[in-house]
Design a protein around this ligand. Structure first.
Ligand code: OAD
Ligand code: ZN
Length: 258
């Protein structure tokens, strides 16, 4: 990571009033939660079509629930890492701060981030797979049976968004608005491979946000963003916040009011 890039990012944050974070699986990697597309990631070991589509669930609900119970177990035993905690700390530093995540693990919330916008749902909710309308939230771990059943007798399904499904409309709308109104957007730990989610930082930049990536590797979004900090989010984010806070403390009082 170049010092120049880091300083530029810290300066942008120090001057920002509205900030959004857009996170992906990489933010939870240092908590021991596997990502999807890295070597050894989930999509190397499972067929996405089998465990993350409505058709896969229809074919074999028990297999799908085994996959999600295993993920729920891993997260249940994991803890938020310094990257999650740095993002939670940001809520107190800016006039407006929105955390938008593609993750379903709930680790941002466990770190203390308020009002997280979960674009892809949550491992900690379930709903009726038929149309009785039942939602179980929170859906406690472990499930009572595998596959678990709804009170109407039908199967329950995980409260996550699968491939081929729509994102929750309200959350999508709020995420697009918050990021478009932001001065700075931090894109943390995502490959940017999954749409429409990946469109959020791109749309925000079009609206004038300064968009900073935090990722040890280049992503599909890199060339469309303003600045990339190469490294682990659990190491970079706490340092970046400290630097921004320090710079802000040095700013003249008149500017602070602005
Ligand atoms: P991916 O697995 O596609 O990408 C993870 C990203 O995190 C990669 O770019 C890594 O380089 C980066 N990374 C790894 N370790 C990191 C660390 N310590 N700090 C920062 N970055 C790190 O995961 P997502 O982009 O989240 O969707 O994937 C997007 C969507 O694809 C997921 O929400 C899920 C998946 O299929 C659904 O299930 C609908
Ligand atoms: Zn039901």
């Amino acid at each position: 990571m170049s010092d120049l890039g880091f300083e530029k990012a810290a300066k942008a944050l120090a001057h920002a009033r509205r900030v959004a974070v857009f996170s992906g699986a990489g933010i939870s990697a240092e908590s021991g939660i596997p990502t999807f597309r890295s070597a050894g990631g989930l999509w190397e070991n499972f067929q996405l079509e089998d465990v993350a589509t409505p058709e896969g669930f229809h074919r074999n609900p028990a297999l799908v629930w085994e996959f999600y119970e295993a993920r729920r177990k891993a997260v249940h035993h994991a803890s938020p890492n310094p990257g999650h905690f740095a993002i939670a700390r940001m809520a107190g530093l800016f006039e407006e701060m929105t955390t938008i995540t593609q993750n379903v693990d709930g680790l941002h919330q466990r770190a203390g981030s308020p009002a997280v916008l979960e674009l892809h749902g949550s491992l900690w909710s379930a709903r009726c797979a038929q149309d009785c309308g039942a939602v179980v939230d929170p859906f406690p771990f472990p499930a009572a049976s595998c596959p678990p059943r709804c009170k109407c007798g039908a199967l329950l399904r995980p409260g996550v968004v699968w491939f081929g499904e729509m994102l929750p409309e309200r959350i999508w709308h709020d995420a697009m608005n918050a990021s478009a109104q932001s001065d700075v957007v931090l894109v943390v730990g995502t490959s940017g491979a999954v749409w429409p989610a990946a469109g959020i930082p791109i749309a925000a930049r079009r609206e004038g946000a300064f968009v900073i990536e935090v990722n040890p590797e280049e992503s599909e979004l890199t060339s469309n963003l303003d600045l990339s900090l190469r490294g682990l989010s659990g190491e970079i984010l706490p340092r970046l916040l400290d630097a921004a806070t320090e710079l802000r403390a040095l700013r003249p009082a008149t500017e602070k009011r602005g």
